[in-house]
Design a protein around this ligand. Sequence first.
Ligand SMILES: *[C@@H]1O[C@H](CO)[C@@H](O)[C@H](O)[C@H]1NC(C)=O
Ligand SMILES: *[C@@H]1O[C@H](CO)[C@@H](O)[C@H](O)[C@H]1NC(C)=O
Ligand SMILES: *[C@@H]1O[C@H](CO)[C@@H](O)[C@H](O)[C@H]1NC(C)=O
Ligand SMILES: *[C@@H]1O[C@H](CO)[C@@H](O)[C@H](O)[C@H]1NC(C)=O
Ligand SMILES: *[C@@H]1O[C@H](CO)[C@@H](O)[C@H](O)[C@H]1NC(C)=O
Ligand SMILES: *[C@@H]1O[C@H](CO)[C@@H](O)[C@H](O)[C@H]1NC(C)=O
Ligand SMILES: *[C@@H]1O[C@H](CO)[C@@H](O)[C@H](O)[C@H]1NC(C)=O
Length: 414
Amino acid sequence: MNSLVNIIILWFIIGVNCQMGRYGHTATLIDKKLYILGGNSNGKFNDTGKHFFYLDVSASFNTQELLWHNLSNINTVPSHDFAVSVKGGPKNNTLFLYGATKGYELATYMFTPQSNIWGVPITLFSTNHFTRQYSTSTIDYNGKMYLWGGQPSILFSNEIYILDTINLIWGSGNLVGAPAPRVDCRTVFLPNNKIVYIGGSNSSNYNFQLDQVYLYDTIQDNWSVQNTSGDIPTTRIGFSSILGLDGQRIIIFGGNKIDSTDALYVLNTTNFEWYVPKISGKLPESRYFHMANVIEKYMVVSFGISNVNSKLIDGEDAILLLDISNNDEYQWTTSFEVLPPPPTSSPPPPNNTNNTSPIIVAAVIGSLIGSLSIAVGCFLLYKSKQKRGVMLISGNENITSDRQPVTNGNLGQR
Ligand SMILES: *[C@@H]1O[C@H](CO)[C@@H](O)[C@H](O)[C@H]1NC(C)=O
Ligand SMILES: *[C@@H]1O[C@H](CO)[C@@H](O)[C@H](O)[C@H]1NC(C)=O
Ligand SMILES: *[C@@H]1O[C@H](CO)[C@@H](O)[C@H](O)[C@H]1NC(C)=O
Ligand SMILES: *[C@@H]1O[C@H](CO)[C@@H](O)[C@H](O)[C@H]1NC(C)=O
Ligand SMILES: *[C@@H]1O[C@H](CO)[C@@H](O)[C@H](O)[C@H]1NC(C)=O
Ligand SMILES: *[C@@H]1O[C@H](CO)[C@@H](O)[C@H](O)[C@H]1NC(C)=O
Ligand SMILES: *[C@@H]1O[C@H](CO)[C@@H](O)[C@H](O)[C@H]1NC(C)=O
């Protein structure tokens, strides 16, 4: 029963929950804003993926008083959950979303926070028909997004697709030695340009063990399998993974039916030995299908489903903070401190949500035209219909935004 497929079915049956809580969302850090998009919030499929909001992490805050900024009215991405996202693009500040819900024609979307515009990247060698859920994504130092696994149909995939988010060109990676097809795998990009793949599931009753991880070398384009040792975690579905601040260890958290005392493990990426870190602070409720990002010195966990009562996690618990600055002892805390501390009366962030100045719009249109001209060149070069650039999704013309910060408890209530 401890499987992805069963869990999804279970949640469709459980049905309505009108809170803001969600699972299967994406969480992307861009310009000190943590963007939360999509996910399943109430079991009603048509509402899925419609929510889009962010948490300002430019200044200190406490998780007991979270201020969410509502951007749902500029969200033109179709309903989706279990998509993946990265921050990339020419300026390294564009949100790339991949893997909208099965059945939708377009697989990739991009959001430019500076102009609050969602679009569809027009790429060379489109793989739009590879639309899939439950895949994994990570981005390298050159703006290349690596997508692996997932479920494009009833079958599982182990193909690797690579989107150059700067030049908007799709490619694919080597399949030789790739792990068995699966969904819900976790991934971390290492400083040595290798991607680590951990866990996953391939059917209603098969979860992959964590005694082996797979490495994809993004430079050599080849795969290897790596046995792990030490205190190997039990199999788990819906956990999260991040790279520690020193770039030498992977921290995983949570998972379905995982007790809070068994939720946190560290994998030493030098010798691939697992260990349980020393932890202080109040142990949070264990959860699954949440997301985790590294922001400043914290592992920031967002939303998910509680292992205690199977409810969507919301309110004060929507964000968990694990201070990972001291490798000898991580600390759960509710206080996010920006170092060095800003003045207490810090001004509001410069680019407000509805501050779409004509200059920015002009710049966007300019770059659109620029991209289209490049695309025309490519059209001639490649004799294909593929163009690069951004295609606006209809609805973006009316860019307005709810400026009022909304408290967590209210957002999403209907
Ligand atoms: C969801 O939307 C589709 C088409 O937009 C519609 O056919 C379907 O009935 C809707 N489902 C629910 C549960 O509202
Ligand atoms: C984009 O920013 C991230 C840090 O947020 C950095 O690690 C990465 O190397 C940058 N990518 C490029 C292409 O500059
Ligand atoms: C899941 O993976 C295991 C181990 O590789 C394999 O034996 C099994 O056939 C796979 N099941 C499916 C449905 O792919
Ligand atoms: C990957 O390619 C490099 C360079 O060709 C080679 O040295 C290395 O052994 C290969 N690794 C595997 C696992 O095949
Ligand atoms: C990895 O573990 C498997 C058994 O799980 C074993 O057969 C294999 O030899 C190990 N590989 C290495 C390099 O130790
Ligand atoms: C990780 O492994 C390396 C190599 O064995 C070792 O030197 C280092 O102390 C290990 N780190 C931790 C935190 O165990
Ligand atoms: C967020 O914005 C959307 C779209 O404008 C709206 O439907 C929703 O009610 C808003 N949420 C809150 C809590 O204001």
